[in-house]
Design a protein around this ligand. Structure first.
Ligand SMILES: Cc1cc2nc3c(=O)[nH]c(=O)nc-3n(C[C@H](O)[C@H](O)[C@H](O)COP(=O)(O)OP(=O)(O)OC[C@H]3O[C@@H](n4cnc5c(N)ncnc54)[C@H](O)[C@@H]3O)c2cc1C
Length: 474
Protein backbone atom coordinates (compact mmCIF):
# COMPACT_ATOMS: atom_id res chain seq x y z
CA UNK A 1 0.00 0.00 0.00
CA UNK A 2 1.17 3.55 -0.55
CA UNK A 3 0.19 7.01 0.68
CA UNK A 4 1.74 10.47 0.96
CA UNK A 5 1.42 10.23 4.74
CA UNK A 6 0.88 7.35 7.14
CA UNK A 7 -0.38 8.09 10.65
CA UNK A 8 0.05 5.15 13.02
CA UNK A 9 -2.41 5.14 15.93
CA UNK A 10 -5.86 6.73 15.88
CA UNK A 11 -6.13 8.14 19.42
CA UNK A 12 -6.53 11.90 20.01
CA UNK A 13 -3.01 12.69 18.74
CA UNK A 14 -3.24 10.53 15.60
CA UNK A 15 -6.86 11.35 14.71
CA UNK A 16 -6.29 15.13 14.89
CA UNK A 17 -3.05 14.87 12.88
CA UNK A 18 -4.53 12.60 10.20
CA UNK A 19 -7.52 14.93 9.79
CA UNK A 20 -5.42 18.04 9.23
CA UNK A 21 -3.13 16.25 6.76
CA UNK A 22 -6.09 14.84 4.78
CA UNK A 23 -7.80 18.24 4.72
CA UNK A 24 -4.56 19.71 3.31
CA UNK A 25 -5.11 17.50 0.26
CA UNK A 26 -2.62 14.74 1.11
CA UNK A 27 -3.37 11.06 0.61
CA UNK A 28 -3.38 9.81 4.20
CA UNK A 29 -3.61 6.30 5.62
CA UNK A 30 -4.53 5.99 9.30
CA UNK A 31 -3.34 2.66 10.69
CA UNK A 32 -4.82 1.32 13.95
CA UNK A 33 -3.95 -1.84 15.83
CA UNK A 34 -7.35 -2.22 17.52
CA UNK A 35 -10.80 -2.75 16.07
CA UNK A 36 -13.01 -0.16 14.43
CA UNK A 37 -16.00 -0.13 16.79
CA UNK A 38 -18.79 2.35 17.37
CA UNK A 39 -18.94 4.20 20.68
CA UNK A 40 -22.09 2.20 21.48
CA UNK A 41 -20.54 -1.22 20.78
CA UNK A 42 -20.04 -1.85 24.51
CA UNK A 43 -21.65 -0.25 27.57
CA UNK A 44 -19.29 2.35 29.08
CA UNK A 45 -17.11 1.07 31.94
CA UNK A 46 -18.25 -2.55 31.42
CA UNK A 47 -16.40 -5.86 31.24
CA UNK A 48 -17.29 -6.03 27.52
CA UNK A 49 -15.60 -2.67 26.99
CA UNK A 50 -12.47 -3.87 28.80
CA UNK A 51 -12.27 -6.91 26.56
CA UNK A 52 -12.94 -5.06 23.29
CA UNK A 53 -11.30 -1.67 23.65
CA UNK A 54 -8.47 -1.89 26.20
CA UNK A 55 -4.94 -3.20 25.60
CA UNK A 56 -4.50 -6.54 27.35
CA UNK A 57 -8.05 -6.29 28.72
CA UNK A 58 -6.89 -3.44 30.96
CA UNK A 59 -3.91 -5.20 32.54
CA UNK A 60 -0.60 -3.37 32.04
CA UNK A 61 1.96 -2.99 34.82
CA UNK A 62 4.94 -0.69 35.26
CA UNK A 63 7.33 -2.53 37.53
CA UNK A 64 9.89 -1.24 40.01
CA UNK A 65 10.24 -0.88 43.76
CA UNK A 66 6.71 0.56 43.65
CA UNK A 67 4.40 -0.70 40.91
CA UNK A 68 1.85 1.19 38.85
CA UNK A 69 -1.03 -0.65 37.18
CA UNK A 70 -2.00 1.42 34.12
CA UNK A 71 -4.41 1.08 31.20
CA UNK A 72 -4.36 2.06 27.53
CA UNK A 73 -7.07 2.16 24.86
CA UNK A 74 -6.62 -0.18 21.89
CA UNK A 75 -9.29 0.54 19.27
CA UNK A 76 -10.06 3.22 16.67
CA UNK A 77 -10.05 6.42 18.75
CA UNK A 78 -7.62 5.03 21.37
CA UNK A 79 -8.04 6.31 24.92
CA UNK A 80 -10.77 8.78 23.90
CA UNK A 81 -13.22 5.88 23.44
CA UNK A 82 -12.90 4.59 26.99
CA UNK A 83 -12.13 7.68 29.03
CA UNK A 84 -14.49 10.01 30.86
CA UNK A 85 -13.62 13.01 28.72
CA UNK A 86 -12.88 15.30 31.69
CA UNK A 87 -11.36 18.31 29.99
CA UNK A 88 -8.86 21.05 30.76
CA UNK A 89 -6.54 23.24 28.78
CA UNK A 90 -2.89 22.95 29.85
CA UNK A 91 -2.05 25.36 32.71
CA UNK A 92 -0.01 28.37 31.59
CA UNK A 93 2.79 27.82 34.17
CA UNK A 94 3.38 24.35 32.76
CA UNK A 95 3.79 25.51 29.17
CA UNK A 96 6.16 28.26 30.38
CA UNK A 97 8.19 25.63 32.22
CA UNK A 98 8.35 23.37 29.12
CA UNK A 99 9.50 26.31 27.04
CA UNK A 100 12.22 27.20 29.56
CA UNK A 101 13.58 23.71 30.33
CA UNK A 102 12.97 21.83 27.07
CA UNK A 103 13.50 24.92 24.87
CA UNK A 104 10.27 24.38 22.94
CA UNK A 105 10.02 27.19 20.37
CA UNK A 106 6.89 29.22 20.13
CA UNK A 107 5.03 27.50 22.98
CA UNK A 108 2.84 29.53 25.33
CA UNK A 109 -0.80 29.49 26.34
CA UNK A 110 -1.52 32.44 24.01
CA UNK A 111 0.01 30.59 21.07
CA UNK A 112 -1.79 27.34 21.93
CA UNK A 113 -5.25 28.81 22.50
CA UNK A 114 -6.23 28.86 18.80
CA UNK A 115 -5.39 25.15 18.65
CA UNK A 116 -7.45 24.39 21.76
CA UNK A 117 -10.35 26.32 20.23
CA UNK A 118 -10.01 24.55 16.88
CA UNK A 119 -10.15 21.12 18.57
CA UNK A 120 -13.01 22.19 20.85
CA UNK A 121 -15.09 23.22 17.84
CA UNK A 122 -15.02 19.63 16.51
CA UNK A 123 -15.00 17.70 19.80
CA UNK A 124 -17.38 19.77 21.90
CA UNK A 125 -16.75 20.67 25.54
CA UNK A 126 -19.75 21.07 27.83
CA UNK A 127 -20.74 21.34 31.47
CA UNK A 128 -23.54 19.15 32.86
CA UNK A 129 -27.03 20.22 31.92
CA UNK A 130 -28.87 20.11 35.24
CA UNK A 131 -27.81 18.93 38.67
CA UNK A 132 -24.61 17.05 39.31
CA UNK A 133 -25.02 13.64 40.98
CA UNK A 134 -24.67 13.44 44.76
CA UNK A 135 -21.34 11.55 44.59
CA UNK A 136 -19.98 14.63 42.89
CA UNK A 137 -21.62 17.35 45.00
CA UNK A 138 -20.58 15.63 48.24
CA UNK A 139 -16.94 16.09 47.26
CA UNK A 140 -17.58 19.72 46.30
CA UNK A 141 -19.37 20.45 49.57
CA UNK A 142 -16.74 18.69 51.69
CA UNK A 143 -14.02 20.79 50.05
CA UNK A 144 -16.02 23.99 50.52
CA UNK A 145 -16.38 23.30 54.26
CA UNK A 146 -12.58 23.12 54.48
CA UNK A 147 -12.20 26.32 52.44
CA UNK A 148 -10.71 24.44 49.46
CA UNK A 149 -11.36 25.13 45.83
CA UNK A 150 -13.52 22.49 44.06
CA UNK A 151 -15.08 22.91 40.65
CA UNK A 152 -17.04 21.00 38.05
CA UNK A 153 -14.71 19.79 35.28
CA UNK A 154 -16.22 20.27 31.83
CA UNK A 155 -16.16 17.21 29.58
CA UNK A 156 -15.69 16.28 25.96
CA UNK A 157 -19.41 15.69 25.86
CA UNK A 158 -22.59 16.74 24.15
CA UNK A 159 -25.35 16.74 26.75
CA UNK A 160 -29.02 17.03 25.87
CA UNK A 161 -30.26 15.57 22.59
CA UNK A 162 -31.99 12.22 22.41
CA UNK A 163 -29.84 10.35 24.92
CA UNK A 164 -30.63 11.36 28.48
CA UNK A 165 -27.04 10.93 29.60
CA UNK A 166 -25.62 12.78 26.56
CA UNK A 167 -22.97 11.58 24.13
CA UNK A 168 -19.24 11.43 24.53
CA UNK A 169 -17.12 13.31 22.03
CA UNK A 170 -14.64 10.52 21.33
CA UNK A 171 -12.45 10.46 18.23
CA UNK A 172 -14.71 7.88 16.52
CA UNK A 173 -17.55 10.42 16.91
CA UNK A 174 -15.64 13.55 15.89
CA UNK A 175 -12.22 13.66 14.20
CA UNK A 176 -12.30 10.20 12.56
CA UNK A 177 -15.52 10.98 10.61
CA UNK A 178 -14.00 14.35 9.64
CA UNK A 179 -10.86 12.54 8.45
CA UNK A 180 -12.90 10.08 6.35
CA UNK A 181 -14.97 12.93 4.89
CA UNK A 182 -11.74 14.57 3.73
CA UNK A 183 -10.86 11.41 1.76
CA UNK A 184 -8.60 9.78 4.38
CA UNK A 185 -8.33 5.98 4.49
CA UNK A 186 -8.54 4.04 7.75
CA UNK A 187 -7.17 0.55 8.22
CA UNK A 188 -7.98 -1.03 11.58
CA UNK A 189 -6.86 -4.38 13.06
CA UNK A 190 -3.35 -3.57 11.86
CA UNK A 191 -0.33 -3.39 14.12
CA UNK A 192 2.78 -1.56 12.89
CA UNK A 193 5.76 -3.69 13.89
CA UNK A 194 8.73 -1.85 12.45
CA UNK A 195 9.67 1.22 10.39
CA UNK A 196 12.46 1.22 7.80
CA UNK A 197 13.75 3.81 5.35
CA UNK A 198 14.98 3.18 1.81
CA UNK A 199 14.76 4.85 -1.59
CA UNK A 200 13.78 8.18 0.01
CA UNK A 201 10.59 6.64 1.49
CA UNK A 202 9.48 5.29 4.84
CA UNK A 203 8.12 1.75 4.98
CA UNK A 204 5.85 0.37 7.68
CA UNK A 205 5.98 -3.39 8.20
CA UNK A 206 2.65 -4.32 9.76
CA UNK A 207 0.44 -7.27 10.56
CA UNK A 208 -3.22 -7.07 9.54
CA UNK A 209 -5.38 -9.31 11.74
CA UNK A 210 -8.99 -9.16 10.51
CA UNK A 211 -11.71 -10.64 12.73
CA UNK A 212 -12.83 -13.03 9.99
CA UNK A 213 -9.66 -14.18 8.28
CA UNK A 214 -6.06 -15.21 8.84
CA UNK A 215 -3.39 -12.64 9.83
CA UNK A 216 -1.62 -11.13 6.84
CA UNK A 217 1.67 -9.18 6.76
CA UNK A 218 1.44 -5.91 4.84
CA UNK A 219 3.90 -3.18 3.94
CA UNK A 220 2.99 0.47 3.52
CA UNK A 221 5.28 3.06 1.89
CA UNK A 222 4.98 6.80 2.39
CA UNK A 223 6.89 10.08 2.23
CA UNK A 224 6.08 11.02 5.81
CA UNK A 225 5.11 9.05 8.89
CA UNK A 226 3.47 10.29 12.08
CA UNK A 227 3.77 7.86 14.98
CA UNK A 228 0.87 8.30 17.44
CA UNK A 229 0.67 4.98 19.26
CA UNK A 230 0.45 6.50 22.75
CA UNK A 231 3.21 7.24 25.25
CA UNK A 232 4.16 3.59 25.83
CA UNK A 233 3.73 2.06 22.36
CA UNK A 234 5.31 4.96 20.41
CA UNK A 235 8.76 4.58 22.01
CA UNK A 236 8.41 0.80 21.75
CA UNK A 237 7.80 1.01 17.97
CA UNK A 238 10.58 3.55 17.42
CA UNK A 239 13.08 1.52 19.47
CA UNK A 240 12.12 -1.67 17.57
CA UNK A 241 12.99 0.33 14.44
CA UNK A 242 16.45 1.25 15.75
CA UNK A 243 15.61 4.83 16.83
CA UNK A 244 16.68 5.31 20.43
CA UNK A 245 17.98 8.83 21.04
CA UNK A 246 16.02 10.21 24.04
CA UNK A 247 13.25 7.79 23.15
CA UNK A 248 11.54 5.95 25.99
CA UNK A 249 13.74 7.42 28.75
CA UNK A 250 11.29 9.77 30.45
CA UNK A 251 7.77 8.34 30.60
CA UNK A 252 5.65 9.92 33.33
CA UNK A 253 2.36 8.91 34.94
CA UNK A 254 -0.30 10.51 37.03
CA UNK A 255 -0.17 7.88 39.81
CA UNK A 256 -3.52 7.50 41.54
CA UNK A 257 -4.85 6.09 44.83
CA UNK A 258 -8.53 5.36 45.36
CA UNK A 259 -10.83 5.19 48.36
CA UNK A 260 -14.44 4.14 48.83
CA UNK A 261 -16.48 6.54 50.98
CA UNK A 262 -19.65 5.41 52.70
CA UNK A 263 -22.29 8.00 53.58
CA UNK A 264 -25.36 7.82 55.82
CA UNK A 265 -27.79 8.26 52.93
CA UNK A 266 -28.04 7.23 49.27
CA UNK A 267 -25.64 9.04 46.94
CA UNK A 268 -25.21 6.43 44.19
CA UNK A 269 -28.40 6.03 42.22
CA UNK A 270 -28.68 3.99 39.02
CA UNK A 271 -29.21 6.39 36.11
CA UNK A 272 -27.29 9.26 37.74
CA UNK A 273 -25.04 11.26 35.42
CA UNK A 274 -21.29 10.64 35.78
CA UNK A 275 -19.63 12.52 38.67
CA UNK A 276 -17.56 15.52 37.56
CA UNK A 277 -16.24 17.56 40.49
CA UNK A 278 -12.54 17.93 41.20
CA UNK A 279 -10.57 19.51 44.07
CA UNK A 280 -7.78 21.60 42.55
CA UNK A 281 -6.61 23.30 45.73
CA UNK A 282 -3.35 21.35 45.96
CA UNK A 283 -2.19 21.43 42.32
CA UNK A 284 0.47 20.97 41.08
CA UNK A 285 1.24 18.53 43.93
CA UNK A 286 -1.94 16.52 43.53
CA UNK A 287 -5.57 16.74 42.47
CA UNK A 288 -8.67 14.84 43.60
CA UNK A 289 -11.92 13.75 42.04
CA UNK A 290 -14.73 11.22 41.91
CA UNK A 291 -14.89 8.02 39.88
CA UNK A 292 -17.58 5.92 38.25
CA UNK A 293 -18.94 3.94 41.19
CA UNK A 294 -20.96 1.07 39.75
CA UNK A 295 -21.40 -1.88 42.08
CA UNK A 296 -18.73 -4.14 40.48
CA UNK A 297 -16.24 -1.25 40.66
CA UNK A 298 -17.00 -0.82 44.34
CA UNK A 299 -16.07 -4.48 44.76
CA UNK A 300 -12.76 -3.93 43.00
CA UNK A 301 -11.99 -0.78 44.98
CA UNK A 302 -12.77 -2.63 48.25
CA UNK A 303 -10.52 -5.59 47.45
CA UNK A 304 -8.21 -4.69 50.35
CA UNK A 305 -11.21 -4.74 52.71
CA UNK A 306 -12.68 -8.10 51.74
CA UNK A 307 -14.14 -8.65 55.21
CA UNK A 308 -16.39 -5.64 54.53
CA UNK A 309 -17.84 -6.91 51.23
CA UNK A 310 -21.19 -7.41 52.95
CA UNK A 311 -21.34 -3.61 53.32
CA UNK A 312 -21.41 -3.35 49.52
CA UNK A 313 -24.34 -5.77 49.32
CA UNK A 314 -26.23 -3.83 51.99
CA UNK A 315 -25.21 -0.24 51.30
CA UNK A 316 -23.75 0.16 47.82
CA UNK A 317 -26.08 3.04 47.08
CA UNK A 318 -24.48 4.95 49.97
CA UNK A 319 -21.00 4.43 48.55
CA UNK A 320 -18.85 6.32 46.05
CA UNK A 321 -15.31 5.93 44.75
CA UNK A 322 -12.91 8.89 44.94
CA UNK A 323 -9.30 9.34 43.90
CA UNK A 324 -6.20 11.41 44.53
CA UNK A 325 -3.80 11.79 41.63
CA UNK A 326 -0.25 13.17 41.68
CA UNK A 327 2.22 14.01 38.91
CA UNK A 328 5.28 11.82 39.27
CA UNK A 329 6.71 8.37 38.66
CA UNK A 330 9.44 8.57 36.02
CA UNK A 331 9.74 5.41 33.91
CA UNK A 332 11.62 3.90 30.96
CA UNK A 333 10.23 1.90 28.03
CA UNK A 334 12.38 -0.95 26.65
CA UNK A 335 11.63 -3.87 24.34
CA UNK A 336 12.43 -7.41 25.39
CA UNK A 337 13.29 -10.15 22.93
CA UNK A 338 10.30 -12.41 22.09
CA UNK A 339 7.79 -10.24 24.01
CA UNK A 340 5.10 -8.28 22.20
CA UNK A 341 4.72 -5.59 24.86
CA UNK A 342 7.62 -3.49 26.17
CA UNK A 343 8.95 -3.54 29.71
CA UNK A 344 8.00 -0.36 31.59
CA UNK A 345 10.22 0.23 34.65
CA UNK A 346 9.15 2.93 37.08
CA UNK A 347 10.88 4.68 39.96
CA UNK A 348 8.81 6.65 42.45
CA UNK A 349 11.08 8.35 44.94
CA UNK A 350 10.34 9.10 48.59
CA UNK A 351 8.92 12.54 47.80
CA UNK A 352 6.55 11.04 45.17
CA UNK A 353 5.21 8.49 47.63
CA UNK A 354 4.88 11.05 50.44
CA UNK A 355 2.92 13.29 48.09
CA UNK A 356 0.43 10.51 47.38
CA UNK A 357 0.19 9.61 51.08
CA UNK A 358 -0.50 13.26 51.93
CA UNK A 359 -3.08 13.43 49.13
CA UNK A 360 -4.83 10.37 50.53
CA UNK A 361 -5.17 12.08 53.92
CA UNK A 362 -6.53 15.27 52.37
CA UNK A 363 -9.04 13.30 50.33
CA UNK A 364 -10.26 11.45 53.43
CA UNK A 365 -10.54 14.81 55.24
CA UNK A 366 -12.72 16.22 52.46
CA UNK A 367 -14.94 13.13 52.53
CA UNK A 368 -15.44 13.25 56.32
CA UNK A 369 -16.26 16.96 55.98
CA UNK A 370 -18.83 15.90 53.39
CA UNK A 371 -20.51 13.56 55.90
CA UNK A 372 -18.81 10.24 55.21
CA UNK A 373 -19.25 7.68 58.00
CA UNK A 374 -16.45 5.41 56.75
CA UNK A 375 -13.59 5.68 54.25
CA UNK A 376 -11.97 2.51 52.88
CA UNK A 377 -8.51 3.25 51.37
CA UNK A 378 -7.60 0.94 48.46
CA UNK A 379 -4.22 0.26 50.00
CA UNK A 380 -3.18 -3.13 51.36
CA UNK A 381 -2.99 -3.24 55.15
CA UNK A 382 -4.73 0.12 55.67
CA UNK A 383 -7.60 0.15 58.18
CA UNK A 384 -11.11 1.41 57.57
CA UNK A 385 -11.15 5.08 58.59
CA UNK A 386 -14.08 6.15 60.78
CA UNK A 387 -13.07 9.67 61.88
CA UNK A 388 -10.66 12.56 61.35
CA UNK A 389 -8.63 11.09 64.21
CA UNK A 390 -8.09 7.91 62.12
CA UNK A 391 -6.98 10.09 59.20
CA UNK A 392 -4.37 11.82 61.33
CA UNK A 393 -2.98 8.40 62.33
CA UNK A 394 -2.32 7.33 58.73
CA UNK A 395 1.39 6.88 57.93
CA UNK A 396 3.20 9.80 56.27
CA UNK A 397 4.29 7.58 53.37
CA UNK A 398 3.79 4.07 51.97
CA UNK A 399 5.73 1.61 49.82
CA UNK A 400 3.46 1.46 46.78
CA UNK A 401 4.68 -2.10 46.19
CA UNK A 402 1.30 -3.77 46.74
CA UNK A 403 -0.20 -2.73 43.40
CA UNK A 404 -2.54 -0.17 44.98
CA UNK A 405 -1.23 2.63 42.73
CA UNK A 406 -2.96 2.82 39.36
CA UNK A 407 -2.87 5.28 36.46
CA UNK A 408 -4.86 6.19 33.34
CA UNK A 409 -2.61 9.06 32.17
CA UNK A 410 0.80 8.46 30.53
CA UNK A 411 3.03 10.97 28.72
CA UNK A 412 6.40 12.46 27.84
CA UNK A 413 8.33 9.34 26.78
CA UNK A 414 9.70 11.23 23.72
CA UNK A 415 9.64 14.93 24.67
CA UNK A 416 9.74 17.68 22.05
CA UNK A 417 11.98 20.74 22.15
CA UNK A 418 15.28 22.31 21.18
CA UNK A 419 17.16 20.92 24.19
CA UNK A 420 18.98 18.14 22.35
CA UNK A 421 20.29 16.56 25.54
CA UNK A 422 16.81 15.44 26.64
CA UNK A 423 14.43 15.86 23.67
CA UNK A 424 13.59 13.16 21.11
CA UNK A 425 12.16 15.55 18.52
CA UNK A 426 12.45 19.19 17.50
CA UNK A 427 9.97 21.75 18.84
CA UNK A 428 7.26 20.57 16.41
CA UNK A 429 7.53 16.80 16.72
CA UNK A 430 10.02 15.84 14.00
CA UNK A 431 12.27 13.00 15.19
CA UNK A 432 15.91 14.13 15.24
CA UNK A 433 18.05 12.94 12.34
CA UNK A 434 15.07 11.18 10.71
CA UNK A 435 13.69 13.17 7.78
CA UNK A 436 9.96 12.80 7.35
CA UNK A 437 9.40 11.00 10.67
CA UNK A 438 7.24 12.66 13.33
CA UNK A 439 5.70 11.87 16.70
CA UNK A 440 2.15 13.11 17.27
CA UNK A 441 0.77 11.93 20.60
CA UNK A 442 1.09 12.17 24.40
CA UNK A 443 4.74 11.02 24.13
CA UNK A 444 5.66 14.53 22.96
CA UNK A 445 4.45 16.36 26.07
CA UNK A 446 7.43 17.49 28.13
CA UNK A 447 6.04 16.22 31.44
CA UNK A 448 2.86 15.40 33.35
CA UNK A 449 0.03 17.81 32.57
CA UNK A 450 -1.20 17.89 36.21
CA UNK A 451 -4.73 18.32 34.79
CA UNK A 452 -6.51 15.73 32.57
CA UNK A 453 -4.30 15.47 29.48
CA UNK A 454 -6.43 14.79 26.41
CA UNK A 455 -7.06 18.48 25.65
CA UNK A 456 -3.33 19.17 25.65
CA UNK A 457 -2.57 16.10 23.52
CA UNK A 458 -5.07 17.29 20.91
CA UNK A 459 -3.95 20.93 20.94
CA UNK A 460 -0.24 20.03 20.59
CA UNK A 461 -1.07 17.59 17.75
CA UNK A 462 -3.11 20.34 16.07
CA UNK A 463 -0.27 22.85 16.50
CA UNK A 464 2.37 20.50 15.10
CA UNK A 465 0.25 19.22 12.20
CA UNK A 466 -0.61 22.83 11.25
CA UNK A 467 3.12 23.64 11.31
CA UNK A 468 3.94 20.60 9.15
CA UNK A 469 1.21 21.37 6.61
CA UNK A 470 2.14 25.07 6.37
CA UNK A 471 5.94 24.87 6.53
CA UNK A 472 7.16 21.37 5.81
CA UNK A 473 5.09 19.68 3.16
CA UNK A 474 5.48 22.21 0.36
C1 LIG B 1 -9.50 4.71 31.26
C2 LIG B 1 -8.95 6.07 30.86
C3 LIG B 1 -9.55 7.22 31.36
C4 LIG B 1 -9.03 8.48 31.01
N1 LIG B 1 -9.71 9.61 31.40
C5 LIG B 1 -9.35 10.81 30.87
C6 LIG B 1 -10.14 11.96 31.09
O1 LIG B 1 -11.20 11.91 31.70
N2 LIG B 1 -9.69 13.15 30.55
C7 LIG B 1 -8.53 13.23 29.84
O2 LIG B 1 -8.17 14.34 29.42
N3 LIG B 1 -7.80 12.14 29.60
C8 LIG B 1 -8.19 10.93 30.06
N4 LIG B 1 -7.46 9.81 29.77
C9 LIG B 1 -6.20 9.97 29.01
C10 LIG B 1 -6.44 10.19 27.52
O3 LIG B 1 -7.35 9.24 27.02
C11 LIG B 1 -5.08 10.08 26.83
O4 LIG B 1 -4.26 11.14 27.30
C12 LIG B 1 -5.17 10.16 25.32
O5 LIG B 1 -6.02 9.16 24.81
C13 LIG B 1 -3.78 9.99 24.72
O6 LIG B 1 -3.87 10.09 23.33
P1 LIG B 1 -2.75 9.50 22.38
O7 LIG B 1 -3.11 9.87 21.02
O8 LIG B 1 -1.43 9.90 22.92
O9 LIG B 1 -2.77 7.90 22.56
P2 LIG B 1 -3.90 6.81 22.68
O10 LIG B 1 -5.22 7.41 22.96
O11 LIG B 1 -3.36 5.79 23.62
O12 LIG B 1 -3.98 6.18 21.21
C14 LIG B 1 -2.96 5.40 20.66
C15 LIG B 1 -3.56 4.46 19.64
O13 LIG B 1 -2.50 3.84 18.92
C16 LIG B 1 -2.80 2.47 18.72
N5 LIG B 1 -1.52 1.74 18.58
C17 LIG B 1 -0.60 1.48 19.53
N6 LIG B 1 0.43 0.79 19.02
C18 LIG B 1 0.16 0.60 17.71
C19 LIG B 1 0.86 -0.03 16.65
N7 LIG B 1 2.05 -0.62 16.85
N8 LIG B 1 0.29 -0.06 15.41
C20 LIG B 1 -0.92 0.54 15.20
N9 LIG B 1 -1.62 1.16 16.17
C21 LIG B 1 -1.09 1.21 17.42
C22 LIG B 1 -3.54 2.07 19.99
O14 LIG B 1 -4.32 0.91 19.76
C23 LIG B 1 -4.37 3.32 20.27
O15 LIG B 1 -5.64 3.25 19.68
C24 LIG B 1 -7.91 8.56 30.14
C25 LIG B 1 -7.32 7.40 29.65
C26 LIG B 1 -7.83 6.17 29.98
C27 LIG B 1 -7.17 4.93 29.42
Amino acid sequence: MTADIVVIGSGPGGAVTATLCAEAGKSVLLVEEGQNLSLQSAPPFSKEELLLKYRNAGICIAVGPSKIAYVEGRCVGGGSEINRGLYHRAPEYLLDQWRAVFKVDDLSLDRLIPHFIACESTARIEYLHGDAPLISTRLRDGAARLGWQATEAPRLYRYGGEEKSGRKQSMSETFVPRFLAAGGRLIADTRANRLTRSGGKWHVKALHTPANGPPRPIEISADQIFVACGAVQTPALLRRSGLTRNIGNSLYFHPMLKVVAQFDEDVNNPGDLDPVHQIREFEPSFGMGCSISKRPMLGLAMVNHANHFAEIDRHWRRMGIYYVQAASGKATVRNLPFFRDPLVRVWQNGADLRKLADGLKRLAEALFSAGAVAVYPSVQGYPVLRSMEDVRNLPATFSGSDGSVTSVHVFSSCPMGGNEAICATDSFGRVRDADGLYIADASLLCGPTVVNPQGTVMAIAHRNATHAVESRFN
